[in-house]
Every structure is written in C-alpha cells, then in structure tokens.
Design a protein around this ligand. Structure first.
Ligand code: PLP
Length: 444
C-alpha cells in the first residue's frame, strides 16, 4: 500500500516537475481513467475536449497569453478565458513574478500578525472602485464573495430576504444559490435557504413594483450589472440608475455582483462604471487574481462596515487575502491600469461584436444575435444543437469556447483582454469558416 501510494505520488509529481510525457496518448488515457474513477465520470461526457478531439483526448498541458497547448502539442486559441478568469491571459509574466517572489518569502499568513499585502490590496481596490467603497474583505471565490455580501446586507439591515434577477448567476453555495435564476441549478435544492423574489433583468418598473409590495422590505437587491452566464445580457441604459433610485426610495441595499465583470472585462474597470452607478456592496472574483491565484472580495462603505468592525470574526475565513493571492491581485491591478486594459477590452470587443454581427446577418438561420460589452460577448444561436455544432467546429479548428451538449444556445466570447490582434483576426476567420460549414450541413 505504502509503495503503491508513493509510486502514484511520484508519477503525479513527474507531471509537475517533468517535461511533456514521452507517450502523450498513454498519459491522456490515464487522465481519463482517473477522472472516470475518482473525479466524476459525468464531466467526461460533457466536455468537447473528450468528444470532439478526433483521434485523441485533449488534456491541457501549458500555455501563455491566449494560447493553450494540450499534451499532444495541439495549440488552441483561447476565447473562453477560463470563463473570465484569464483577463490577463495565461501566466502573465508580471503576475507570475510577483507570486514567485512572495512564495519565496511567505506563501500564507500567520493569521495573527498583520499581513502587509492585504492592506495594500484593499487600498488598491478602494482606489479602483466606485466612490466610497473603501473597505474590502477577501475570500477565495466568487460564490464566497456573494455569501459574504448577503451576510453583510442582512447584518446591516436586520432583514433577511433578497431580490434578484431572472437568469441570474451568483454561484452555487447554498446562500448564493437562493439568488440563482436558473431552475436547473436551484431546483434540486429547494426550498432555498434564503427567500428571494425574482424580477426580469432590465425592467426597472417590475423591480419598483416588487419593492413597493414587499413587506417587510428585502435586505438588498442583488444584480450582475451585465449578466454573464445568462449570455452577456446588457441592460437598457438607465436601468441601473433606476435600480439605485428604487433601492434608495425603499431603504434597500444594492449589491452589484461584479465577479465576472470586474477589472476591465466589459470595457470599464467595473460593470457599473458604464452607467456611473455606485452600489452599496460590490462582489469581485474570477480575474481578480490575475489568472494565477484564486481570490474573491467584497467591497463596501465604512458605514456598512461598522457592523463588521464591531466583531470582525462573525464572518471570516482561513485563506482569504493570503499573501500569494494579494501579490497576484496587486500585480494584476497594476498591469490592468498601466496598459489600460479596460480600454483595450472595449476596442477589441467592438471588433468581435462587429464581425460576429456581420456573420449573424449572413447566417440568420444559425446565428440570431450577438450581445455583450467589451470582452464579455455572447453569440446566440437559433437552437442548442446549432450552438453545439459551432462550438464543436471551433474546437476542431483549435479555438476554445464554452458550449456543452446541454448548454450551447448562447456561447460566450471571453478572451484575455491582452489577446493580440493577430489572434483576434485568426479566431474570427475560423469562426466564419465554421459557420460556413455548419450552414452548408443545415442547408443540405
Ligand atoms: N457571480 C457571478 C456573476 C459569476 O459569474 C460567478 C461564476 O461564474 C459567480 C458569482 C461564482 O463564482 P465562483 O465560481 O468563483 O464561485
């Protein structure tokens, strides 16, 4: 048993320390076996990397920027960006350098002494955030940030219900799941832990009507400024300002879930910045750690923070704001501001939106619309099957997008904000080629 286990850990460590496996096929087969036996067999059925890779299963190996290579040396253009994690691409050198240096000094914190980077990162976020959101709490994921935001709202108001949007996505932990718009994810766990009213996204009158009726009032309205998972849905101009006003009228807090939209993704530092709206609480995640270390955060005002300051341990965690994550986050914020990545996201996003829009006009039977802002765009296909065929066709052409057999009607384009112009052009050529092929098949 001991020898077997040591052989296993040695093999696994060779994957970390060694070069590309000499027999990539045997290596890939082993990965599939381990997923099937010890992780979750269902994942294999849902992945295009398994079903559409042709003569081999695609097992990721390395990458940089917007290029990812599998263990067979096949190279993909990454338009998926880890669902928004890779705002700076894969292995951004300045983020890696900061994390390496911090790793050499002290990777995690003592929990008792004051860790210097946490204070720095909180100050950096206060400088970037909408005015007045000068306090930060750190955690390890988007869902955890939403949990903390919900608790803060409940704590500060003494109320225990929420309002969220249809089709919203705020994470899958039990509290955040109560806000979940998608029945598929929420249904099996109902009744929800927390009561939540749902309103159509983008309809300020509907929200106002709900707030008027609710008695007692909810603790907060929680919204993504631009819905991500729902398919890059941009609300009408004026919506978020109307939400802000309705919340103020009814003494309800406004929480903006910026887990997916933060740090320049949509062409502004935060999604709410497109409309100049200041929420009471903001949640952050995904790209916050520069695509290198997971980190989530909650930002809010000194006034709301008072309840937390009275007892900082009512909500706390072990790893949140650890030195590695903060080193990554500070370096990522530095690069984002220095290189004006929000500005670049806006420009490159327009290029995608324009070209995909032209393709929608050329193939209306396949592609119904393109929505989004900056580099959070989505292609909306006529049917789930067509979406899947396009995702699979792109995969065969070495372009990585999301899209599973169960969910491909809206496919997001969410590449790194640093994606080079040549890869933008090349990915659009391959998309045009894929649509031509799928249209040919549909017409036949
Ligand atoms: N909130 C939003 C807006 C998201 O898009 C996501 C993830 O997609 C989450 C929360 C949950 O984040 P995580 O998967 O890191 O828990």
């Amino acid at each position: 048993m001991r020898d077997d286990l040591l052989r296993l850990t040695n093999d696994a460590l060779a994957t970390v320390f060694g070069g590309v496996p000499a027999d990539p096929q045997a290596f890939a087969d082993g990965v599939v076996d381990r997923f099937a036996t010890h992780v979750n067999h269902g994942i294999l059925n849902a992945r295009k990397s398994v079903t559409e890779a042709g003569d081999h299963v695609s097992v990721e190996w390395d990458g940089e920027g917007s290029l990812i290579r599998d263990v067979h040396g096949r190279e993909f253009i990454d338009l998926l960006g880890g669902y928004g994690v890779y705002t700076l691409g894969i292995r951004h050198p300045e983020v890696i350098a900061a994390v390496h240096a911090q790793l050499a000094r002290s990777p995690l914190h003592t929990q008792e002494l004051l860790d210097p980077l946490r204070g720095y990162f909180a100050e950096v976020l206060a400088a970037l955030a909408p005015a007045g959101l000068t306090r930060a709490f750190f955690c390890n994921s988007g869902a955890e940030a939403v949990e903390a935001a919900m608790k803060l709202a409940m704590w500060a108001t003494g109320r225990h219900t929420f309002v969220a949007a249809e089709n919203a996505f705020h994470g899958k932990t039990l509290g955040a799941l109560s806000l979940m718009g998608k029945e598929r994810f929420r249904g099996p766990f109902e009744p929800a832990l927390i009561d939540c009213e749902r309103v159509p996204f983008g309809d300020a009158a509907a929200l106002t009507a709900v707030l008027e009726c609710m008695d007692p009032k909810p603790a907060a309205v929680v919204l993504e400024p631009i819905q991500g998972e729902a398919g890059a849905v941009v609300p009408p101009d004026g919506y978020l300002a109307a939400v802000r006003a309705a919340c103020d009228d009814h003494g309800v807090l406004f929480v903006a879930d910026e887990v997916q939209t933060c740090l320049g993704r949509t062409g502004a530092m935060f999604g709410v910045d497109h409309w100049g709206v200041v929420p009471d609480i903001v949640t952050l995640g995904k790209g916050l750690g520069g695509g290198v270390v997971p980190i989530g955060a909650v930002l809010s005002t000194p006034a709301l923070w008072q309840v937390w300051e009275a007892d900082p341990f009512i909500h706390s965690n072990t790893f949140g704001g650890n030195p590695l994550a903060c080193a990554a986050g500070i370096a990522a914020a530095h690069v984002t501001v220095r290189d004006d990545l929000p500005g670049r996201a806006l420009k490159v996003g327009e290029r995608y939106a324009d070209t995909v829009g032209e393709l929608a006009a050329a193939y209306p039977e396949l592609l119904e619309a393109v929505t989004g802002r900056g580099l959070l765009q989505a292609m909306h296909f006529a049917t789930n099957e067509i979406g899947y065929e396009v995702a699979a066709g792109l995969f065969r052409r070495n372009v990585l997008v999301a899209g599973t057999t169960a969910n491909a009607r809206a496919i997001r384009i969410e590449p790194a904000l640093t994606i080079p112009d040549e890869l933008v052009d090349e990915s659009l050529n391959r998309l045009a080629d894929t649509l031509r092929e799928v249209a040919g098949k549909e017409r036949a």
